[in-house]
Design a protein around this ligand. Structure first.
Ligand code: ADP
Ligand code: MG
Length: 338
């Protein structure tokens, strides 16, 4: 294989035409990238590492690894209502990786970066025992910032899309009997696996709702776990109307109890969970022309009483659905959170 400098030049230093990016003074090729952030904006930064065997199975293809590496980072920007700007890539390659792999990985990375107007401005390329990819991402926000600590009692809790598909994808990847046991169609199987392997971030939705919201998180560890982070930092509780939780369509053939567990506790969906006041929700509906509005799903409310309670269609508190004890789901997430 070529040396480190040839790899950088051939596969990563692709974005030569940066004329329209006035905020990039120097990109790949010097000791540091040099940036001149737009005035009047705040910069937001985040970094995430993906390690083979931990964050994706060893056999995952190069393109899917590229998608996931960027999505986990872009999703953090989405949860801040940020517009993507730049990223750096620190990659540790192993001996069994060939040039074809690097070509596939870098091609997909550049394609997706272009889709989100994100520029690769630097990084590091090393060799090691385990494939590892660390991306640091940078974005712009206006003065209005969505923080986990900002949920207010009485706020509506919204989801940016149906959840649970990636959890089904994971079960399919781990348990070959699932399709037969649950009568899943080829289409259901494909969309669940795609949700797991090719997740996409909710950047556009985050940008649209951010001016109306004060609090958000992206769902990487499961709705209950991630909503739990908001509740902890905001010192409040929540009620969830179970019938309003949007379930991914590939879960339709699956028993309701089982799909609910996947939707409430399964990770890797990268949808957004947001909170906003009732007035702000009305304002959003009034101000954004209907045909331009993304669909957001109200699923519950922020409450003073700590913890998460579940409500049925009559707004009555319930703690069981069939054999499923809802308290145990909550205890499950608490266990992981501590
Ligand atoms: P240094 O020795 O100063 O750390 P490197 O030789 O590691 O510099 O990198 C040379 C240039 O290539 C730097 O601008 C660095 O940011 C960039 N670079 C290295 N690896 C990558 C990568 N995987 N993707 C993008 N840019 C990279
Ligand atoms: Mg270096």
């Amino acid at each position: 294989m070529k040396n480190e400098f040839d790899i950088i030049e051939k596969y990563f230093n692709k974005q030569k035409k940066l004329a329209k990016h006035h905020d990039i003074i120097k990109s790949i090729g010097d000791d540091c990238a040099v940036l001149k952030p737009k005035s009047g904006k705040f910069l937001v930064l985040s970094t995430d590492t993906l390690i083979e065997g931990v964050h994706f199975p060893r056999q995952t293809c190069a393109k899917d690894i590229a998608i996931k590496s960027l999505t986990v980072n872009l999703s953090d920007l989405a949860a801040m209502g940020a517009k993507p700007a730049w990223f750096t890539l620190a990659i540790t390659l192993t001996d069994n990786i060939n040039e074809r792999w690097i070509e596939d990985f870098s091609q997909q990375l550049h394609k997706m970066a272009a889709d989100y107007q994100l520029v690769l401005i630097g990084g590091d390329t090393t060799k090691g025992q385990i494939l590892s990819i660390t991306i640091q991402i940078h974005g712009y926000v206006d003065e209005h910032i969505m923080l986990r600590k900002n949920a207010q009692i009485g706020d509506i809790i919204l989801l940016s899309g149906p959840i649970g598909a990636a959890a089904l994808g994971l079960e399919l990847a781990l348990n070959k009997n699932t399709p037969r046991l649950d009568n899943l169609s080829k289409k259901d199987i494909q969309s669940a696996l795609d949700a797991l392997n090719k997740p996409l971030p909710e950047i556009e939705k985050g940008l649209q709702i951010a001016p109306y919201c004060q609090c958000a998180i992206d769902i990487s560890d499961g709705l209950l776990a991630d909503l739990g982070h908001i509740l902890k930092q905001s010192h409040c509780g929540a009620s969830i109307n179970l019938a309003d939780v949007p379930l991914a369509s590939c879960l339709t053939p699956i028993a309701y109890e089982k799909s609910l567990v996947m939707a409430l506790t399964g990770g890797d969906d990268y949808k957004l969970c947001l909170t906003l006041s009732k007035q702000a929700w009305d304002k959003f509906s009034d101000e954004i022309p209907q045909e331009q509005q993304y669909k957001f799903y109200p699923i519950g409310e922020i409450r003073e009483e700590k913890g998460i309670s579940f409500l049925d269609n009559n707004q009555q508190s319930i703690n069981k659905i069939g054999h499923l004890k809802l308290d145990q789901l909550i205890q499950g997430y608490n266990h992981f959170a501590n």
